[in-house]
Write a protein of this length. Structure first.
Length: 431
């Protein structure tokens, strides 16, 4: 006989308002704007208030402030040679200004429209000539015309040819550079200069100079069809004064907001019955959305204050980050850990040291009570002081400083710092 039992269970469910707040916290600027526009379309009681300034305005402001000042943001990573943004129209204009014959210009324009997004010509030249009913010589002249355009490297058929085209645009280039590109590009990538010296018979100083020249080139000539530029819009800026005090500036002018629609409110006063009930529901939902946006801002302000308070020395440039856990912040704010986690995802802050994701300031506490960021700094210092140290030796050196890590973890951190192995470092040192 089956026995039926009744059990009473108590579950905690978030209100619709809190669910909306959490949902808004997980959004970045673009997602927030898109979501708010959609909500306004569905609720006539709400009016969308666009931001007074755009993220592009902010990017231009920062660029103007630091251009030529030698500023380098730590949070933006290392600067590398990047392909320039070039439009097809720019390249066609260069062709029109050239003194080439009409046939060559016509074929060159067709080649331009066959280039890949990175500026490479990947079609078969014989097939191109056949499809256009021209000789192979005519096709070659058209390709050479394209490859003579700026930026240097446009129309290349391979990375090697792209690099060679860039070398040809320079003066006083060592002929050895061409040989290294054609025969030893992989060795350059590995940093195996000893093998290059052995096979070419060239002196090591000459090889190093050529390798430096090649590394200064771009493997992609340009970007012909760049994606829409995405500007990072920080939630706030941290500024330090001469006395060592820190202030937080929120960029509210760059974010949209809600407000009650006055026209709908006046219309509601004339409605009756079901129409009036519908209008009241829309107004109630609108009030919840407005409060949710305000609570999002309040929560972000509280998280910002904790980050600045705990990482005070970092913002003053005095020390690295200290350990800070998400659960500690959640406990202080009396919210769930997932709320803080959502709030810091895809959000950024700006300070004198660069633009950083908020998640960067939440560091694990490793043995010895130091943060992951600080351990990486110490590993970098150790490698700079002695390039011959292996990962095991680095591990032992950390042990002397009260930091206990496995060799595998040390190797992972070293790799993240873009520091080569001890064998490669010592080999390059000897050369």
């Amino acid at each position: 006989m089956t026995e039926n039992r009744l059990e009473v269970q108590q579950t905690q469910k978030l209100s619709q308002g809190l669910q909306t707040v959490i949902h808004l916290l997980s959004m970045d600027l673009d997602e927030l704007s898109e979501y708010m526009l959609k909500v306004v379309q569905e609720n006539p009681a709400l009016e969308y208030v666009p931001p007074r300034k755009s993220a592009q305005d902010y990017a231009m402001q920062v660029r103007a402030r630091y251009t030529g000042s030698g500023f380098s943001g730590e949070g933006t990573g290392r600067e590398t040679a990047a392909p320039s943004d070039t439009g097809i129209e720019d390249l066609e204009q260069q062709l029109r200004l050239s003194r080439l014959d009409e046939v060559t210009i016509r074929l060159a324009r067709q080649i331009l429209h066959l280039l890949s997004s990175r500026g490479f010509f990947t079609e078969d030249l014989d097939a191109f000539a056949a499809e256009n009913s021209v000789s192979l010589d005519d096709a070659h002249r058209a390709l050479e015309a394209v490859q003579s355009l700026e930026p240097a490297g446009i129309g290349a058929r391979s990375v090697e040819e792209c690099l060679e085209l860039q070398l040809r645009a320079r003066q006083g280039v060592d002929p050895l550079c061409y040989d290294l590109i054609r025969l030893h590009l992989l060795d350059i990538g590995k940093g195996d200069l000893r093998r290059i010296a052995r096979e070419t018979g060239a002196a090591m100083p000459r090889i190093r100079q050529c390798v430096d020249t090649i590394r200064g080139l771009s493997p992609s000539p340009c970007s012909l069809r760049p994606e829409t530029v995405q500007y990072i819009m920080p939630e706030f800026t941290v500024e330090a004064d001469a006395a060592g005090g820190l202030s937080i500036l929120f960029h509210n002018d760059y974010y949209p907001s809600f407000r009650p629609d006055p026209t709908f409110r006046r219309l509601t006063e004339t409605l009756e019955g079901e129409e009036a009930a519908y209008a009241r529901r829309m107004q109630s939902t609108a009030s919840q959305m407005i409060r949710a946006v305000e609570m999002r801002q309040t929560t972000m302000e509280k998280i910002a204050q904790i980050i600045v308070r705990e990482q005070h020395a970092f913002f003053l440039g005095l020390y690295s980050l200290i350990p800070l856990r998400i659960d500690e912040v959640a406990q202080e704010l009396d919210v769930h850990e997932t709320t803080v986690y959502r709030a810091i995802q895809s959000k950024y802050l700006y300070c004198s040291r660069g633009t950083f994701p908020l998640s960067h300031f939440f560091q694990k506490s490793l043995s010895g009570g130091v943060s992951t960021a600080r351990v990486k700094e110490i590993i970098q210092e150790i490698c700079q002081s002695n390039e011959r140290l292996s990962d095991r030796a680095i591990t032992e050196e950390l042990e002397k400083r009260g930091i206990s890590l496995s060799r595998r973890t040390v190797a992972k951190y070293r790799s993240q710092l873009d520091i080569s192995s001890s064998f490669t470092r010592s080999t390059n040192r000897k050369e």
